[in-house]
Design a protein around this ligand. Structure first.
Ligand SMILES: NC(=O)c1ccc[n+]([C@@H]2O[C@H](COP(=O)([O-])OP(=O)(O)OC[C@H]3O[C@@H](n4cnc5c(N)ncnc54)[C@H](O)[C@@H]3O)[C@@H](O)[C@H]2O)c1
Length: 337
C-alpha cells in the first residue's frame, strides 16, 4: 500500500517507516522538522537500501496535504506529527491545541476531500490519567491531566464522530504506553532536542556523562522497591503494532477502534537503572528526591485487546530495550570519558 506517515522522521514514525517498508509498503513521509533532524532520512536509506519519499511541510497546510495525498496515490495515513512534551503543554496550551488538534483536523479534511479514509492515530496512555485499577484496559475512564493529554482525547473524539458520520472511514487510535529503545542497527533512535522528559533518554545521558545524575522522584511508593513502575515497550514492537493495525483495518471490520500498545508488564525506575548499568557497563549515579505532584505509583496496560483483534503482542524484553537504547546513544553521542 501507499502510506503517508506524518511526523515520520520523528522517533516512532522513523521506526514505523522501517517496518512498513520491510513489509512491502511504499512510505511517504511528511514532517516539518520541528522536533527531528533531516539526517534521519539518510539513516533510513542506510537501513532500507533506499530512502522513503520525503516532503518537508506542516500537517496544518491542507492544500499541501491534498497534493501529497493525490500525487502519492496515498491509501492510508499514520498520523505521528504532534508536540508531545507534557510540561511544555501546560506552559503553552494554545500551541499544543493548534498543532495537535488543528493539525489533525486539517489532515482529516484533506483526507476526506481525497477519499483516503484509512487512518491510524498515535494516541497515548496519558488519556487515562490516574489509574483507577490495573492493568489499564481500553474501557478505563479517561481523565487526562495535561493539555497534551487533552489534545489526544479531543482528537480521539473527533475520530469517533467522523467514523460515525460515514461508514467509509476505518480508524484506529493506538494508545501507546512508554516507548523506549531503538532500531538494532543503532542508526535511528530517540533524540530529544532539549533536556529529555522521559526516563530512558535521561538515564542514557547520565551514562554518556552529559548529565551528572538522575533524580528519582520518590522511593516510598507501594511498589517492589518504592520507585514508580511503568509499562515500557520496545519501539520496534510498537512499530510492528502499526503493521498489525493496518492489516486489521484492511479487513474493514471496525469503523473506529481504540487499542492499547504496551507489554502488560511494569518495571520500576530502580530496575531500569540497575539494568542500564549492566548493558552500558557505566555507573548511573542517582539521587532520591521527593515525589512529584501528580506522579503515580504504577501504571501498566492490559494488552488483551491488541492480541485478540490484531494478533499482536510485544515480544522484546526490557534487556533488549535498554541494550538497543545504549547502542544508539553510544554510537551517536559524544561520550565523556
Ligand atoms: N514517545 C512517546 O513517549 C509517546 C507516547 C505516547 C504517544 N506519543 C505520540 O506519538 C507521536 C510520535 O511521537 P514521537 O515520540 O515520535 O515524537 P517526535 O517528536 O519524535 O516525532 C513527531 C514528529 O512530528 C513532527 N511534527 C510535529 N508537528 C508537526 C506538524 N505540525 N507538521 C509536520 N510535522 C510535525 C516533528 O518534527 C517530529 O519529527 C506523537 O503524536 C506523540 O504525541 C508518543
Amino acid at each position: 500500500m501507499n502510506i503517508l506517515l506524518t511526523g515520520g522522521l520523528g522517533y516512532i514514525g522513523s521506526h514505523v517507516a522501517v517496518v512498513l517498508t520491510e513489509a512491502g509498503h511504499r512510505v511517504t513521509i511528511l514532517d516539518n522538522l520541528c522536533n527531528c533532524k533531516v539526517e534521519v532520512l539518510s539513516h533510513l536509506a542506510k537501513i532500507l537500501g533506499s530512502s522513503p519519499i520525503f516532503i518537508q511541510g506542516d500537517v496544518r497546510d491542507q492544500v499541501l496535504l491534498e497534493s501529497v495525498l493525490k500525487d502519492g496515490k496515498i491509501e492510508a495515513v499514520m498520523h505521528f506529527a504532534g508536540l508531545k512534551a507534557v510540561g511544555e503543554s501546560v506552559q503553552k496550551p494554545l500551541m499544543y491545541y493548534n498543532n495537535n488538534v488543528g493539525g489533525a483536523i486539517s489532515l482529516l479534511k484533506a483526507m476526506k476531500i481525497c477519499q483516503v479514509k484509512t487512518f491510524v492515530f498515535s494516541s497515548s496512555a496519558t488519556v487515562y490519567g490516574v489509574p483507577k485499577y490495573l492493568p489499564i484496559d481500553e474501557e478505563h475512564p479517561t481523565c487526562p491531566e495535561s493539555p497534551y493529554g487533552q489534545t489526544k482525547l479531543h482528537i480521539e473524539s473527533i475520530l469517533r464522530d467522523l467514523a460515525n458520520s460515514d461508514d467509509a472511514w476505518n480508524i484506529i487510535a493506538l494508545r501507546y504506553f512508554n516507548p523506549v529503545g531503538a532500531h538494532e542497527s543503532g542508526l535511528i533512535g530517540e533524540e530529544p532536542n532539549d533536556i529529555p522528559n522521559n526516563l530512558v533518554p535521561y538515564i542514557s545521558h547520565v551514562a554518556t556523562g552529559k548529565f551528572d545524575k538522575l533524580k528519582i522522584f520518590g522511593n516510598d511508593y507501594k511498589t517492589l522497591d518504592g520507585t514508580g513502575v511503568r509499562d515500557y515497550i520496545h519501539v520496534m514492537d510498537l512499530a510492528e503494532g502499526h503493521v498489525a493495525a493496518l492489516n486489521y483495518l484492511n479487513k474493514k471490520l471496525p469503523k473506529f477502534s481504540i487499542i492499547n500498545l504496551g507489554t502488560g508488564a511494569g518495571y520500576s525506575v530502580l530496575e531500569l537503572v540497575n539494568l542500564y548499568e549492566k548493558v552500558s557497563s557505566r555507573k548511573i549515579t542517582y539521587e532520591i528526591s521527593g515525589r512529584r505532584a501528580g506522579d503515580i505509583a504504577s501504571c501498566f496496560a492490559n494488552v488483551d485487546k491488541a492480541a485478540f483483534l490484531m494478533g499482536w503482542r510485544a515480544r522484546r524484553s526490557l534487556h533488549e530495550m535498554l541494550e538497543d537504547s545504549w547502542r544508539w546513544v553510544s554510537q551517536n553521542m559524544t561520550i565523556e570519558l
